[in-house]
Design a protein around this ligand. Structure first.
Ligand SMILES: CC(C)(COP(=O)(O)OP(=O)(O)OC[C@H]1O[C@@H](n2cnc3c(N)ncnc32)[C@H](O)[C@@H]1OP(=O)(O)O)[C@@H](O)C(=O)NCCC(=O)NCCS
Length: 193
């Protein structure tokens, strides 16, 4: 990789976390939501581009956007690159989809599908949707819905037998729009360190 210390990532060969052809491959007509005006992963709206996370998104406000979701802390370019490459090396394990506003070259929406490989269910996989966020200025434009619908269809497309997520009370209704339900008898348990 060609890294120029003075210009940072601008001069660096860019890398995508997953192949953008997956945006076309997933049959978006299968999603149950309605869009008015109509938008889709390949056409998310004027001046917007939906695509895989790229290494260069460190310079396009990706980490700043995540701060609207939770504590991010100070993450250097080197740390970002190391984590990105680690995710990349887990082949078909991480699909981080972003929406870029091409007028300002900033990432304004993002969501993650993490795929966990299993032995059960005939060596199937389960998907986990994580870190869904749309920049405050862009909310209410169906972009959260677009990210969620896309990742839900993608999880099926890549062979997951189920997809799940954890969320706070205020967004339960948001996620229930996409067929996510609180399953009876199932409990989310967590131990924090
Ligand atoms: C939740 C979030 C991603 C929604 O993004 P958005 O782009 O504003 O959502 P959309 O415009 O696509 O809304 C889609 C639908 O969900 C509804 N919706 C949006 N936010 C909602 C919420 N918090 N609770 C319930 N419904 C909600 C909208 O009214 C809309 O309904 P409609 O299709 O009937 O018109 C965004 O508010 C956000 O980033 N919040 C902060 C981060 C966060 O809480 N993420 C979830 C972490 S678990």
């Amino acid at each position: 990789m060609n890294f120029n210390a003075t210009n940072g990532m601008e001069d660096m060969e860019d890398v995508s976390l997953f192949d953008d052809k997956l945006l076309k491959e997933v049959d978006f007509t299968q999603c149950s939501s309605t869009y008015n005006p109509p938008i889709s992963p390949t056409d998310p709206g004027e001046d917007l581009l939906m695509r895989s996370l790229r290494l260069s998104d460190y310079d396009k406000g990706f980490m700043v956007l995540l701060k609207q979701l939770t504590v991010v802390g100070d993450v250097s370019r080197e740390q970002f690159e190391a984590r990105f490459n680690s995710m990349l090396s887990c082949k078909n394990g991480y699909y981080i989809v972003v929406i870029e506003d091409k007028t300002c070259n900033l990432v304004i929406g993002a969501a993650t599908l993490a795929v966990e490989q299993k032995f059960i269910h005939e060596c199937s996989s389960r998907g986990r949707v994580e870190d869904v966020v749309v920049d405050k200025k862009y909310r209410g434009r169906q972009l959260g819905k677009l990210l969620l619908d896309y990742l839900t269809l993608l999880s099926r497309h890549v062979g997951c037998y189920k997809v799940s997520l954890e969320c706070k009370d205020p967004v339960v209704n948001f996620y229930s729009n996409f067929g996510f339900v609180k399953e009876e008898g199932q409990n989310y348990m967590c131990r924090r360190f």
